[in-house]
Ligand binder design. Sequence first.
Ligand SMILES: [Zn+2]
Length: 113
Amino acid sequence: MHELWICQNIFEIVNQQAVKQSCVRVKRVYLEIGQLTMIEKSALTLCFNVVSKGTVAENAVLEIIEIPGSARCDSCQQTVSVSQYYDYCRYCQNFSLTIMQGQELRIKSMEVE
Ligand SMILES: [Zn+2]
């Protein structure tokens, strides 16, 4: 379970931003998470609630935007959708794919007061 570590990172960025903007409360955090990161959304929310307790980000709502995985086949150059790292190309069955999208983990924006 790597969600706790991720959460602490997210929280630190949120907290830094909150200090920078001298806000009193973080209401909402928009997160973009790639499908290939295999992050458990409910676990992430749970962890965030724990690490943000007693801070400006307490009770902030995590809005998670999931980004589907896609890759380019090294053999036939087709773009294929992938749900796991070890997926294969559905056109030529090649396993050598270059991941194009789906590894994202970033804070898109946040709503503060
Ligand atoms: Zn292919």
